[in-house]
Design a protein around this ligand. Sequence first.
Ligand code: CP
Length: 337
Amino acid sequence: MTANDPSPNHLQLTRDGQLRHFLTLDGLDRALLTDILDTADSFIEVGERTIKKVPLLRGRTVVNLFFESSTRTRSTFELAAKRLSADVLNLDISTSATSKGESLSDTLLNLEAMASDMFVVRHSQSGAPHFIAESVTPGVAIINAGDGRHAHPTQAMLDMLTIRQHKGRFEGLKVAIVGDVLHSRVARSQIRALNELGAAEVRIIAPGTLLPRDVESLGCKVEYDMSRGMKDLDVVIMLRLQKERMEGALLPSEREFYRLYGLNQEKLALAHPECIVMHPGPINRGVEIESAVADGPQSVILNQVTNGIAIRMAVMSMAMGGQIAERQQKSSERAQA
Ligand code: CP
């Protein structure tokens, strides 16, 4: 399988339609996405307790394998696993044998030999988590923590949880995603989730140089002018300019980008008065967003971070549940044969 496989669900779902890996939102239906949001909702209360733990992954080992830098995703996956009572191993790639030339497959074989139950994988190559899910020992769950430009499914789901908390619904909502869509795995997953959950309109606001070819085929409208694009919005999601992934001069300058596409109070005033402002982070103040907006009353950026823990608890517990159910089903089939 590759990241472009149109039917990834033979890999990430059990025969009964339960999650066993979480690789992409492609092919996941509204009922399953809603189940993830409802399960995450039930975990929010755990984070408000004095003792923030439930025993759902007690005795299980979760390995965080981050081949790219991360603050939010890595920390919230670690906290989520610990709140589910798992043992957590954070492999430091810069000091691991990967830096001595060990292949990804060999690193994984060694970690599997330590009886790991789940790998949370971030990788610069699109499709790396799919590749691992194809070859991993049955019973081990793979969770995609962001792969190349392909997908960041837990980020999109924590964004959906945040939207649902603030708006109470998806139906009728007009949502814009602004900025560097070309390099954004987050935008691809968000567009998929918003369409599946029933948003009225997903609008992309960006210069032509930061749009993928055939962007409309992802399920969105394109607006090149930010003042027109902000009109009637219920939700505006700003993206980071991913300078590390840019090849060649895609922008005249950061200052010009900010003038045309940066979110300031003046542009935000063109949206619906109750429009919420989101950003997956890390934010670049004065490049994509003005501080007065990032820290202002319409910003829900830090709510997104908090919700990352509950969403990741939901996805990890559901995938482990799917793996266990599948193993039980196979062993009962073997006993009957
Ligand atoms: N949103 C996001 O993926 O942030 P990190 O790169 O800090 O994990």
